[in-house]
Design a protein around this ligand. Structure first.
Ligand code: SF4
Ligand code: SF4
Length: 461
């Protein structure tokens, strides 16, 4: 009998957990509209049951490609299995060069910004842009990004922000700002707005050296490269924590990655259990997905299946936990400061009615809608949240650019687009720059990051 590959075994494990006879089927009814992975997984599973033959590897690969890691499904371990399956598939069959280039956000951003004077004019020429899209396997209807003349990190270096804050006065707040690749290389005005707001409200800003958070890489299954970059970020950010900086992210995906995904299963590690010193024959384990509350369970029973054997278990579990506890979303950070004593901020163009979409990875951080609260506290503000708990724009970072995923991307976003159409007439606002690219394409209108709409009081812009 032919042995199942690692990839096949992992997909069959997902089938068994979510659709097998003794498995759970909670998502059969709930994930019909919001995710393409579950309906397809159930269809393939049922077909396999009927015919007695599991799907072939290619069909299974198309299935895992449907997961954008939006985080909306109820079980983290299923998402981790999908990630492991993507990695196993990439080990067995190397992703095409186009996918590797697109998912390497840092490298693509550095090249794009470095050669923007050549790339941008060439991309405006239809035949050249069509050729570039073909070479990179980008769908013809997607617009190619316009690269800035200077990326944010070069700007920050010139401003002296890439050196640690010297002589910080006691009680002066300090942040290490993790801008992420999209704000760093594609939308530097968002990152500059973040720095401006923080500095003009008395917060000292350090922009440490940083690599891609690695979400696009793990979505393509390139686990080893991702791990190297994660390790590099963890060392830098760990040193920032030691120095007393608060770590802030303006990108919800980076924030979700550091706060939620990376620490997955880390609490089950021996290192954490030793540090927790639960005593006796007990384990201290988190309750629910928030992981802020803990309970004790008998070690004998639970130790056999509560293990730090997830996707990121090759990385020190205590470092993963410590980093996750010290990262904040920038909106969350600003709102907390605003509540402690009003920030000096005002709303640009307060006459404009705004509609805010909270991106999936922002919602998964369970921090409410800090930017909406912040904006609503300002005179003349008219902002409404649009989109429900399960709505996703469907872009999935670089995935939405890919020829084969484009139609899926629009299908996933369909229910959200209907809600946003009902709010037409309002300016669209979202803090995810990937959502921004999707919504700009679908609605042919400019979409803003909330930071771009906030200016310091007295600022003329
Ligand atoms: S993801 Fe979780 S809740 Fe949904 S079907 Fe699978 S095991 Fe059940
Ligand atoms: S992470 Fe999102 S796309 Fe992936 S299975 Fe869960 S709900 Fe579906």
């Amino acid at each position: 009998m032919e042995m199942a590959s690692d990839f096949t075994s992992l997909v069959l494990k997902i089938f068994k957990k979510c659709a097998g006879r003794s498995g759970c089927e909670v998502c059969r009814e709930h994930m019909e509209e919001d995710c393409l992975f579950f309906p397809e997984m159930y269809r393939l599973h049922d077909l396999a049951e009927e015919t007695g033959t599991p799907p072939d590897e290619k069909t299974m690969a198309s299935l895992v490609d449907l997961c954008t890691l939006c985080g909306l499904c109820p079980c983290q371990d299923i998402r981790m299995l999908v990630l492991k399956a993507k990695a196993a598939r990439a080990e067995e069959k190397k992703p095409p060069l186009s996918a590797r280039l697109l998912s390497d956000a840092r490298q693509a951003g550095q090249w794009g910004a470095g050669f923007s004077a050549v790339i941008n004019p060439m991309n405006r020429l239809n035949p050249v842009s069509a050729l570039a899209k073909k070479a990179l396997d980008i769908h013809p209807q997607r617009s190619l990004p316009v690269f800035p003349k200077k990326h944010f990190f070069a700007w920050a270096r010139k401003r002296g922000l890439s050196a640690p804050v010297k002589h910080a006065e006691k009680d002066t707040p300090r942040v290490a700002y993790f801008a992420g690749c999209s704000a760093g290389y594609l939308f530097p005005d968002v990152a500059k707005a973040a720095v401006g707001l923080l500095e003009q409200n008395g917060v000292q800003v350090f922009v440490p050296s940083q690599d891609c958070c690695s979400m696009p890489l793990i979505m393509e299954g390139t686990q080893k490269t991702a791990e190297k970059r994660i390790q590099a970020n963890m060392e830098t950010l760990g040193a920032c924590i030691q120095e007393g900086y608060a770590i802030v992210c303006s990108c919800p995906t980076c924030g979700y990655f550091f706060k939620k995904l990376l620490k997955e299963t880390a609490y089950y590690s021996d290192a954490f259990q030793q540090r927790a010193d639960a005593g006796g024959n007990r384990m201290q384990v988190p309750v629910g997905s928030g992981n802020e509350k803990f309970t004790f369970v008998p070690m004998g029973i639970y130790k056999t299946f509560l293990k730090d054997n997830g996707y990121f278990s090759g990385i020190d579990p205590l470092q993963r936990i410590d980093l996750s506890m010290n990262v904040q979303d920038l909106g969350e950070y600003l709102l907390a400061r605003h509540k402690a004593g009003p920030l000096s901020i005002s709303l640009k163009a307060p006459d404009r009615a705004l509609a805010y979409f909270a991106p999936c990875h922002q919602r998964e951080q369970n921090i409410g809608h800090p930017y909406v609260e912040l904006i609503q506290s300002l005179p003349g503000a008219d902002i409404i949240p649009v989109g429900g708990e399960m709505h996703c724009c469907g872009m999935g970072g670089h995935l939405g650019f890919k020829t084969g995923f484009h139609k899926h991307s629009l299908a996933i976003g369909g229910p959200l687009f209907k809600r946003l159409t009902a709010a037409s007439g309002r300016t669209l606002v979202t803090d995810c720059l990937s959502c921004r690219m999707q919504l700009q394409q679908v609605f042919s209108q400019q979409v803003f990051h909330p930071l771009e709409l906030l200016s310091t009081s007295g600022s003329k812009t």
